[in-house]
Ligand binder design. Sequence first.
Ligand SMILES: Nc1ncnc2c1ncn2[C@@H]1O[C@H](COP(=O)(O)OP(=O)(O)OP(=O)(O)O)[C@@H](O)[C@H]1O
Length: 337
Amino acid sequence: MDTVKSLYELKNVEHYHNEKRVLNIDKLILEQSKITGVFGPNGSGKSTLFSILSFVSKPTFGTILFNGVDSKKLEHKVKQDIVILPQNPYLLKRSVFDNVIYGLSLRNDTKNLNQRVTQALNQVGLEDSFKNRKWSQLSGGEAQRVALAARLILKPKVLILDEPTSGVDTNSAQLIKEAIFLAKQKWDTTLFISSHDHNWLNHTCDKKIALFQGELVQSGSINLLFAPWKKDSNGNLTKEFFCGQKLVFENSISKKRDSIVMISSDDIYLNKKSSNSIKAVITSIYKENCDNQMLVEFVIGGITLNSKLSKNIIEEKSLLPGSEVDVTIDTSKACWI
Ligand SMILES: Nc1ncnc2c1ncn2[C@@H]1O[C@H](COP(=O)(O)OP(=O)(O)OP(=O)(O)O)[C@@H](O)[C@H]1O
């Protein structure tokens, strides 16, 4: 069973804009060396959270520990290793080369610039010839990748990407994904990413958190159910699993067929038989944080979901990977995005 290596620890973090609370997180541990996907609808607080994690802004209230050190005491050098690519990144009205080296020059790091720019551009799938292009001679997807290359060249310890796929085509999105994987593999970079392309994000990240109206719906491992949906005779969206089992979401008549639903692992119950329980097989059990709770992952017709159980219950019921369980999902608590 794995234990979590925490990089950030947020405690009672609240952030206000014009007296309106836009972020409210009691407790959140974010892991090192992971790609954490941040899900949530427009205005749910993703960019606000990113700005706080990158130490660009301070939360109105609360404490943030970074590697166990209170953010108020963090050295400038440590903060420099945390790099953010904001939504709609700004390019200097200069060449691609000048844009990519901008962060390095601010750090007075000017060795082998030519070679390093080539590598950074290659990492985002752009040829060497792009170096001399002007900022105005780039397509939207290329500009986004140049902005990413300007962050990758810094070999950051933490890289925060706010909507890196907005306005890019499938090919650019794929290249951005590959660049992300390479950064993690080469420099052990920890990444936090948001994207409205939920499918892309789901396939890119290895951990998920979800925000809804500034509150954390779920951290660690979030349960997401994606399209396709079927409509039942009442017009409600129904998930039909590969194995033929069905899950009806009551009161979902108004939801679109491409909707995504988030379900907190606290709203999924194991071995509590009910009229709408479905069969699943446990795939893994691991400790999520320091308390006695374990995260139980199980699969229903090829879709992996998870629920939290105490260690005592797991032992008492002799639950192991491979065990078959009855799963009841409280669909009334589902959150549509
Ligand atoms: N500078 C600001 N002044 C006032 N309100 C703000 C400001 N920045 C953000 N907000 C508000 O804070 C809330 C959270 O915004 P945030 O940009 O963090 O959401 P988001 O999840 O990133 O949204 P999106 O997916 O649309 O980018 C929203 O209600 C937004 O209107």
